[in-house]
Design a protein around this ligand. Structure first.
Ligand SMILES: [Zn+2]
Length: 256
């Protein structure tokens, strides 16, 4: 009988590969969960810090929040340059405006300078950002988050009982224009993870399509939930099952 060659036989190699495949199958979902948990934690930090910075701005300005957009930019994730300035000037960073679980990189200039990139008011990304106050109120960014802030021209109302499409148990609520002096701010949502659907289904990511970006935290083909920062500065995770359709614009519906 011939002595076997040194090294592995084909069978041995296949067995080793099969064992590795099984181990990967066990480990990968666990790793994915750990990674998603880490993203959620950093996201929770993002919404809280943005909320705190905006509250600080309001404290310095007679209790008024910065108007989030002046002309265009009616979607809840649109934020005027002026309003992001209020966050950055109060210690925030540009990366706070991006949820790492969102499949669209909203930190790219195409989103960060959305109204310029889409050429709504200006010449595109070749020139530096405008510096005048009025221009910074007109231009807006697309972020990963939604802001329940008033716009210059008004936003309409958040769905309430009895209105078409409403599944909201809360009393009628308006968008935040001015911080309210006292009361239960702990129940008033302010900065949210995006959860959005189109009549056809959940919007996840659609590079610079009409709806620009999509739902941040997905579990399979459904939203998983989102982080919410409240007007008292605390943040909490809300499971998708506890969310409602609350605001609709141009055929899409925002949930929180
Ligand atoms: Zn998030």
């Amino acid at each position: 009988m011939k002595r076997k060659d040194k090294g592995f036989t084909l069978i041995e190699l296949l067995v080793v590969i099969a064992i590795i495949a099984v181990l990967m199958g066990i480990l990968m979902p666990a790793l994915r969960r750990v990674r998603e948990q880490a993203k959620r934690t950093s996201c929770s930090n993002n919404v809280r810090q943005q909320c705190m910075a905006l509250l600080m701005y309001a404290q310095q300005n007679d209790g008024k929040m910065p108007l989030t957009t002046f002309g265009g930019g009616q979607w809840l994730w649109d934020m005027s340059y002026f309003a992001t300035d209020a966050v950055v000037d109060n210690g925030g960073e540009r990366k706070l405006f991006r949820c790492l679980s969102n499949q669209t990189n909203t930190d790219e200039d195409a989103y960060w300078r959305y109204s310029e990139a889409r050429n709504f008011f200006a010449s595109g990304l070749d020139s530096p950002e405008p510096t005048g106050t009025q221009e910074r109120q007109q231009h807006y960014r697309v972020t990963s988050y939604c802001y329940l802030m008033e716009t210059h021209s008004g936003r309409g109302r958040i769905f309430a009982d009895g209105e078409p499409g409403s599944r909201v148990p809360d009393p009628l609520r308006k968008f935040v224009k001015t911080t309210i002096q006292a009361g239960s701010h702990g129940r008033m949502e302010f900065v949210l993870d995006t959860v959005i659907n189109y009549p056809d289904g959940w919007i996840v990511s659609d590079r610079l399509a009409d709806w620009a970006q999509g739902t941040n935290h997905m579990r399979g083909d459904k939203p998983d939930g989102g982080n919410i920062a409240f007007l008292d500065g605390h943040a909490a995770w809300r499971h998708f099952e506890a969310m409602y359709e609350r605001y609709s614009i141009q055929g899409v519906v925002f949930w929180w």
